[in-house]
Design a protein around this ligand. Structure first.
Ligand code: GLN
Length: 263
């Protein structure tokens, strides 16, 4: 009886240790980072693992801090709130730095810039500009800057009658093109999606007068407000990775990997 009891005890202890290592809980030895793994080349699945530019950046930050990196895949629109509430140490998901988000979390220095792109079927000749989306169905990842842009334009009447079809990731949205007329997402992700699918094409989202539909966006890593220690470490690592060209190298490297697996 005693033996059985101690076996159970050992098993329970083992399980809890295993859980600590893999259940995405926060502790002092880990750097828990939330991402959304459908956003190549910044985060995507490669050989059953989440990889990408953001993951490589956060691995370098973890090494700087002497911690173990734990990456958890969550819905994009929950990342800033989870970081705000301290559920995760940081959010790294190609997150555009915006004043409304900066009220919730603190952002690192910018490490990449992007613009809004549109994806349509390769045979489509009707949709060329933002205004052509009027009355159309647009597939968009929930809670993104693309979502906010199109929602605002529907609300102010510019895109009267248009409808947003919500998705968990741009890749999933583009894979369901028969459910909508177009997908709007960030530039590199759009370019990779169409590189992997010859039935689609992508181009910069401009207005009929040729000006961009939205301003240039910059990505930042987010941390809980006031977490200066972590933010300083992230900024230090980013400065170095940008100065020596590593981020540019990773963008190329992970774009090639994403093409390889069709991410
Ligand atoms: N940059 C966009 C945003 O912050 C999209 C990010 C993403 O889809 N992972 O909303």
């Amino acid at each position: 009886m005693k033996k059985i009891l101690s076996l159970i005890l050992v098993a329970t202890m083992l399980l809890s240790v295993l859980c600590f290592a893999s259940c995405g809980k926060k502790d002092d030895n880990t750097l828990l980072v939330y991402t959304e793994a459908g956003f190549a080349p910044y985060e995507f699945i490669y050989n059953n693992e989440i990889v990408g530019v953001d993951i490589a950046i956060m691995q370098a930050v973890a090494e700087e801090l002497g911690k173990e990196l734990v990456i958890t895949d969550v819905a994009f629109d929950t990342i800033c709130t989870s970081v705000q509430n301290g559920k995760a140490d940081a959010g790294a998901a190609g997150i555009t730095i915006r004043p409304d988000r900066a009220e919730q979390v603190d952002f690192s220095i910018p490490y990449s810039s992007t613009e809004q792109y549109i994806i349509v079927p390769a045979s489509n000749e009707a949709i060329k500009t933002l205004e052509d989306l009027k009355g159309k169905k647009v597939g968009i990842q929930n809670g993104t800057t693309s979502d906010m842009l199109i929602a605002d334009l529907i609300a102010d009447g510019t895109l009267a009658g248009s409808e947003i079809i919500p998705y968990t990731s741009p890749a999933v949205a583009a894979a369901s093109m028969n459910k909508q007329d177009a997908v709007v997402t960030d530039k590199l992700t759009a370019q990779l999606i169409v590189a992997n699918d010859s039935t689609l094409k992508a181009f910069s989202l401009v207005k009929a007068d040729g000006t961009p539909a939205a301003e240039v966006e910059e990505y930042g890593i987010c941390v809980q407000k006031g977490n200066k220690e972590l933010l300083d470490a992230i900024n230090k690592v980013l400065e170095k990775l940008m100065a020596d060209g590593t981020i540019d190298k990773w963008v190329e490297e992970y774009s090639a990997k994403a093409k390889e697996v069709g991410a």
